[in-house]
Each structure stands twice: as C-alpha cells, then as structure tokens.
Design a binder for this molecule. Structure first.
Ligand SMILES: NC(=O)c1ccc[n+]([C@@H]2O[C@H](COP(=O)([O-])OP(=O)(O)OC[C@H]3O[C@@H](n4cnc5c(N)ncnc54)[C@H](O)[C@@H]3O)[C@@H](O)[C@H]2O)c1
Length: 391
C-alpha cells in the first residue's frame, strides 16, 4: 500500500475494480464524476501535494455495454468476470454499485481477495449481512467505506458549518422532505429502475433512504435513538423496462420520526409519489432557539431570531408577510465540489495514507439497522429504540 504513496512520476497507478458501472449511480456519479474526473485531473492528490494516478477496471454483466463504456472513456481494462478482476494482485480497491441484492456476495469475494472495499449503500439487505461484512473486513485488515454522499452536498456542508458555529442555539427539531414523482412507466417511462419497487429484488424507499437519514442525522445531530415509521405502497402497479406490468411489492413512501440526542426530534418524509413544490429535491429545515435554516442539495438559507417576523393567525386576511423573502442565503465561502467525488478522494486517501473516513462498514450497518427497524415499526405499529451495533 504505502509504496504507492511514495515516489513521484512513473509511480504505479491505484487500480480500482468498479462493478455496476452500467447502472445509474455507477456510471454517472462514480465513474464519470468521480474516478474518471480524478484520473483526468492527474490523479489523487495526497496530503504531501503529490498525485497518484488512478485507473478503473470495469466489471459488468454485459460485454457489449461494459466494453462500450470502456471505449468511450479510454479505459483500458474491463471484464465480465468479477473473479478474474479480483484475482489481479495489482488492483487494490473494489467498488460496488450493483443492485443491492447482488452486493453481499461480491463484497465477500472482494474481501477474501484482500481488496479494500468502497460501496454504494445499503451495505447489505439485512443488518446481519451488513455486520458479517463489517466483521470480515476487520478480520482481513482491509479498509472499508460506504457511500454517504448527502453529507458532502454543498447545502449540508453549509448546514454543518452553521451547527459548528453555534448559529442555532439549542436545536429543537428537524423536518426533512425528500422526493419527487416517479412515473409509473405506462404513458411515460419511469425514471428509476423497476427493481426499486420489488421487495424481493432489494427495493423499497425505506431501505433506500433510511440508510441516508441514518448518517445524515448522526453526523449532524448525533445517533438516532428511536424510530417510528409508516411505510406504504401508494402506487400498487407499475410498468417495467420491457413494458410489462408488475405488482409493486415494495414501499414507495415512508413517513418517519427519528428521536435524536438532547430531545431533538427529526421528522422526515421520503416519497416517490409526491410532486415537488420546493426549491430542491431534498430539504431539511432545522429550528433552534436562536435561528432556523433550510438546507437543500446546494443551497442553505437562514433566519435569525432577530429577523424573525411575528405572524398572527387570521384566516380572514390575505397573507401579510412575504415569508420566503425573509430568509438569507448562506454563502459558499469555499469551493464545494461534487459530493461523490469528495468522498471518493477521502476514501482513497484513507486507503493510501490512513486518513480519517468515518463512513465505514459499521456506519453502513447502522443505516441498514435503521431501515430494518423502520420497516418493523411500520408493520407492527410500534416505536423502536435503536440499540448500538458492534461488528
Ligand atoms: N447514493 C445514492 O444517492 C444512491 C442513489 C440511487 C441508488 N443508490 C444505490 O446504488 C445501487 C445501484 O442503484 P442504481 O439506481 O444505479 O441501479 P441500476 O439498476 O441503474 O444499476 C444497477 C447495476 O447493477 C448491475 N446488476 C448486477 N446484477 C444485477 C441483477 N441481478 N439485476 C439487475 N442489475 C444487476 C446492473 O448491470 C447495473 O450496472 C443500489 O444499491 C442503490 O441503493 C444510491
């Protein structure tokens, strides 16, 4: 590992086996916007100011599709045989952006081959599976990470800055709104893959989004202590990529309450059955004694207690205040790059230099745990405390 970080020009590239690059996330965010962008910028910048070249090795099920992507982007190595890619001793990192149901098996093989592993969330389909992977990685002494892109978003970076600067005083509550309308696939093509709506294939919005809410809430406000959720399937039938009708067996909306340290309550709606009347596809409002903020993917706006208006409830009068105009934009004050790429760089530096990377497999397991408890809460109509997990 460390010899990669030494020397200057002519050093061996950091070779990354990337599986699932024909998919939505794997292709655009991970291959194009992250690994190829790092490659094209001359490699990964290390803390001593030198760069290590990075080289993806593409893996996928269809030779035609993977080969075409490799050609299009000048990637030399690709294969349809994961075992072959993992057997290459010069590849140090395995990355997984496959469908969730294929992940556990592939990561187990990658750890057995001695690779460091970075993966999309959810880490596995069950808490048990996620903890098994955490244990295997620890025993093998490989470094591991799970995508936690939301906390690297410019909007949430600014929200964190406000929290660290004490802007809110005592935080009281968080309200999150995530979602957009996903077309059913009949008269307009669906913009998400059909496996998302089949529970047998690892679909469902709780498994998808509660993994995100776990690390978002934890890293900003502290670990989730208890969850109460209602998950539903609003649209019972959809049309798949082949034009065939299928029954949606997975939840497509979830209404959750998350209890946090110090009495903070977070309430987050996640839905693929909602039409957007917001500024961004996800927004979090944080209310505190000294001020409030609304953070989205890119923007963050604040209102301090000194500039808070005093609305009076009177349904007989038209709206008296231009409420949205009373908020102030938080400036970037730094170059806030693509969140996926920022986390890739942090993870690769963690591999090469041992720098911090908090979003490890145990953090990924906490995400899966929150999703499982959310689904149980919904099925049983109960509130669940969230016990601490260990590998
Ligand atoms: N971080 C995020 O914001 C975010 C957003 C969306 C999805 N995801 C995660 O990324 C992963 C991929 O999601 P996506 O939306 O890119 O999915 P997708 O359907 O677009 O891509 C899935 C990929 O897995 C491959 N695959 C391997 N085995 C397969 C199988 N048996 N059936 C179908 N495809 C198979 C496909 O070839 C493709 O490359 C999922 O685990 C999902 O939870 C993360």
């Amino acid at each position: 590992m460390s010899e990669l970080a030494s020397g200057s020009s002519g050093r061996r590239p950091l070779r990354i086996v990337m599986n699932g690059v024909t998919g939505r996330m794997g292709y655009r965010q991970h291959l194009l916007r992250s690994v190829l962008a790092i490659r094209d910028d001359g490699g990964l910048l290390l803390s001593d100011g030198t760069r290590v070249p990075v080289e993806p090795v593409l893996v996928g099920r269809s030779a035609a599709r993977v080969g075409e992507i490799a050609d299009r982007h000048g990637v030399e190595r690709w294969t349809t045989d994961l075992d072959e890619a993992l057997a290459d001793p010069t590849a140090q990192v395995y990355f997984d952006a496959q469908v969730t149901s294929a992940r556990e098996k592939a990561i187990t093989a990658a750890i057995a081959a001695g690779k460091h592993v970075y993966t999309e969330k959810p880490l596995a389909e069950s808490l048990e599976g996620a903890l098994t992977l955490a244990r295997l990685a620890e025993q093998a002494g490989v470094r591991c990470g799970v995508v936690a892109d939301k906390v690297y978003l410019p909007g949430l970076v600014k929200l964190r800055r406000l929290l660290e600067g004490g802007f809110f005083g005592r935080v009281l509550s968080v309200r999150g709104e995530f979602g957009y309308w996903v077309f059913e696939g009949d008269w307009q093509a669906a913009q998400r893959p059909s496996w998302n709506y089949r529970s047998a294939d690892g679909g469902g919005i709780v498994m998808d989004m509660f993994c995100h809410w776990s690390y978002v809430l934890e890293s900003l406000f502290g670990p989730v202590r208890a969850v109460t959720a209602r998950a539903v399937t609003h649209v019972p039938e959809r049309v798949d990529e082949q034009g065939e009708r299928y029954t949606a067996t997975a939840d497509d909306a979830a209404y959750g309450i998350f209890e946090l340290p110090d009495g903070v309550v977070a309430q987050i709606n996640s839905s693929w059955c909602v039409r957007v009347f917001r500024d961004e596809l996800v927004e979090f409002q944080v209310d505190g004694t000294e001020g409030s903020a609304v953070a989205g993917l890119r923007e963050c706006r604040v209102q301090h207690r000194a500039t808070t208006p005093m609305p009076v409830w009177n349904p007989d009068l038209p709206v008296t205040e231009p409420f949205r105009e009373q908020w102030q934009r938080v400036p970037d004050n730094a170059e806030l790059g693509n969140g996926f790429r920022v986390q890739w760089e942090q993870f690769l530096r963690h591999v090469l230099e041992g720098g911090a990377h908090p979003h490890d497999f145990l953090a990924g397991a906490r995400g899966v745990q929150l999703a499982e408890l959310g689904l149980r809460s919904s099925a049983e109509g109960r509130r669940f405390e969230v016990p601490e997990v260990r590998a």
